[in-house]
Design a binder for this molecule. Structure first.
Ligand SMILES: C[S@@+](CC[C@H](N)C(=O)[O-])C[C@H]1O[C@@H](n2cnc3c(N)ncnc32)[C@H](O)[C@@H]1O
Length: 261
């Protein structure tokens, strides 16, 4: 289905960045390069462990240009990508057409999903809930469209002092290496709040893993940020030098999942 302006979609701040999802020097492409080593194995591993083999129906909720959706399509899942940013969906569709992916791109907001009850085996919602107006409603909608036993997978930055200073003040507002205006600290979500949103929606929380940078990798990460600032590195080049790891504690970021009861 082509992206549409139905379902109450408003102009989205990610529209302005949409051309960078699949631009190999672009900022949002860099986000995908940065996160892929920790999130793709996690998401594919949880889906396979919880659902078993097969072309399960996966909703990439808040897909942007479909970076994660493309990885899931490559792993033989049947992916529907939903986002309010029509320009992002357009970038995803153009890329999908060029690679022959089977992803279906749909315009919409997570608070009011344009899908029937019980229509997906899994919903992945990565780096999204900190950008939405009503995260509890989005988790509730994810639960509604999941089948019993279906899987909800999420990730995002934690609402901690580390991120108030490091992510929002320094990286975003001061240096601008994270696009300005994309994160508001008070919208970041703590893992215990995710736990509450899931339980209230009929999703039984499963594992949560911290995501961050190990101490020994910090000097290389700092050099990568300097490289970005002095324009010696593109975002994806810098991202390849910033090694995220799991098991570092949740003070920076986390990824986790739950099961629909
Ligand atoms: C940081 S991007 C993450 C994109 C993708 N999930 C990924 O990790 O590659 C956040 C996305 O959330 C989308 N978004 C913002 N508000 C939303 C809402 N109410 N419902 C669904 N998606 C939303 C934005 O348009 C943007 O594409």
């Amino acid at each position: 289905m082509a992206p549409s302006r139905r379902h109450g979609i408003q102009p989205d701040p990610f529209d302005a960045l949409a051309s960078t999802w699949w631009d190999e020097s672009g900022v949002l492409h860099g986000l995908g390069v940065l996160l892929a080593p920790v999130r793709v194995p996690f998401v594919v591993g949880v889906l396979r462990a919880e659902l078993g083999p097969g072309a399960h129906r996966v909703l990439d909720l808040g897909s942007g240009g479909g970076l994660l959706g493309a990885a899931l399509d490559d792993n033989d899942f049947t992916v529907v990508a939903l986002d309010p940013s029509l320009a992002s969906l357009g970038a995803g569709k153009t890329h999908g057409d060029s690679t022959g992916s089977g992803i279906r791109f749909v315009g919409g907001v997570g608070e009011r999903l344009p899908f029937a009850d019980v229509s997906f085996d899994a919903v992945v919602c990565m780096e999204v809930l900190e950008h939405v107006r009503d995260p509890a409603a989005v988790v509730g909608e994810a639960a509604r469209v999941l089948r019993p036993g279906g899987v909800f997978i999420f990730s995002g930055p934690n609402r901690t002092v580390v991120n108030r200073v490091g992510l929002v003040f320094v990286a975003q507002d001061l240096l601008g290496v994270v696009p300005r205006g994309t994160h508001r600290w008070n919208r970041l979500i703590r893992p215990d709040e995710m736990d509450r949103y899931m339980r209230a929606s009929g999703i039984e929380p499963g594992q949560v893993l911290g995501v961050g940078i190990q101490w020994r990798d910090l000097p290389l990460a700092a050099l990568a940020v300097v490289g970005l600032l002095i324009r010696r590195l593109t975002y994806p080049e810098a991202a390849r030098r910033i090694h995220l790891a799991t098991g570092t504690g949740t003070s920076v970021a986390y990824q986790g999942f739950g099961r629909r009861r």
